[in-house]
Design a protein around this ligand. Sequence first.
Ligand SMILES: Nc1nc2c(ncn2[C@@H]2O[C@H](COP(=O)(O)OP(=O)(O)OP(=O)(O)O)[C@@H](O)[C@H]2O)c(=O)[nH]1
Ligand SMILES: [Mg+2]
Length: 371
Amino acid sequence: MLGPSGSGKTVFLASMYKNLSTQGEHGFFLEVDGAEKRKRLNNIYTQIAVDEKWPKGTTYSEISEWTFTCRVQTENLPIYSACKFAYLDYAGGRLTDEMEEEDAAFESKLKEAETMLGLLDGQRLSALMRNEKLGKLWAINDLPNMLHLMQNSNKPIHFVISKWDVVQGNFTLEQIRDRLLQIEEFRNLVKLRNKAGTPVRLIPVSAVGIGFAKLQPDGSMAKTGELPQPFHVEVPLACILPDVIQSKLEELMRKRLEELSTPIEVKPNLSFWERLGQAFGSGLKIVQQILPKKYQFAEDILQKLIEYAEEPAQKKQEAAVRRTDELRREQAASLKVVADEETALKHVINCFLSIRNKLDYTFPESDIMLP
Ligand SMILES: Nc1nc2c(ncn2[C@@H]2O[C@H](COP(=O)(O)OP(=O)(O)OP(=O)(O)O)[C@@H](O)[C@H]2O)c(=O)[nH]1
Ligand SMILES: [Mg+2]
C-alpha cells in the first residue's frame, strides 16, 4: 500500500482485518499470523472505534509485515486455508520526505511486492476538488512521488480512495476520476496501463463509514460518537488476485511472442483467449504450466479468473448486473463442496469475483478506461 503520511494506511489495515476476521456475507475470513499481531490489530481497531483519539502515526522504525491467510469454514465446521497474502505497513513519510540515507531494506520490500495499491487520501482529494492549497500540494508533491514508484513497475496497480465518508455526498467518483485524469502524470500512467491491457481501478473505501467522523475546519477529524460501519474495506483485496494472474499471463504472452522465430502478426481486436491461443497454442494446460508455481491453479480456476478479462468496458456494468445472481449461486454452491485447500481456494475466488462484481455495478466508473 503506497500512501503518504496521514493518508489512512494503518487505519485501513486494522479495519480490513476487523471486518474480515469472521466469516460473514463475504464467505471467507482472515487470520493473521501470530497471536501478538492479532492482538495488536484488534487494539488498533478498538482505539479507532472507541477512544477519543485516533491511533498515532506509524514511526520510521516501524516497518511491519502482516501475513493474512484467507480461510473458509465449511458447513460441517472444519476450516481450510485457501491463500495467503502479506501487507506492508510503514511510515508514509518514507515516500515523500528527504532522508539522511537510503533504506535498502525498505526499497527491496517495495520491489518484491507483487501488486501496489496507491492510497489516495479522500480528505486531500476533496481539498483538490475545492481548489484548496492542501489539495494542490498533494497533487504536486505527494501524488507524483507515489506515481513514480508505480510507473517503475509492471505489476498490477489499483488506486484506493480512503476516507470516502468525507468525500461522499460532496463529489462523485466520476468527478474525482475526471479531475485525476487532468493531472498529467496520472493520465499517462493510466494510458500506458490501458494500452498494455491491464486494468486500473479507483476503489472508494471508508475504514469507519458514514457519520463516524466529521472533518473540522482545521483539517482534523473529530469523532462523533457513532459506531464505525466500515465501507468497502474488503474490495481492494478481492480485486488483486484476478489481476495478478491476468498480468502474469500478459507478460508471459509478450515474452513468448518475442521469442518466436517467425513473428506473429498481432491483430488488434483479438480477445484475451485468442491471444493466449496464438502465443501458446490452445489449451489451458500449457498456460497453467508456464505460470510461476504458486499460481499453478487448477484449470477451471484459471479459466474463471481469465473469463472476466474479456469484457469491454462499456458493457461491464450491464454484464455485472446480469451476473450477480449467478455469482451468488456459485458462491453458495462452492461453499457446500469445500473439503480441502483446493476447493477452499475455488470458493474464495468465487467470493472475490462476487465482491469485484458488486464494485463493477455500483461504481462502473471505478474501472478507468481512456477513450
Ligand atoms: N473520516 C475518516 N478519517 C480517516 C479514515 N481513515 C483514516 N482517517 C483519518 O486519517 C488519519 C491518519 O490515518 P492513518 O491510518 O494513521 O494514516 P497512515 O497512512 O497510516 O499514516 P502514517 O502512519 O503517518 O504513514 C486518522 O488518524 C484519521 O483521522 C476514514 O476512513 N475516514
Ligand atoms: Mg500508519
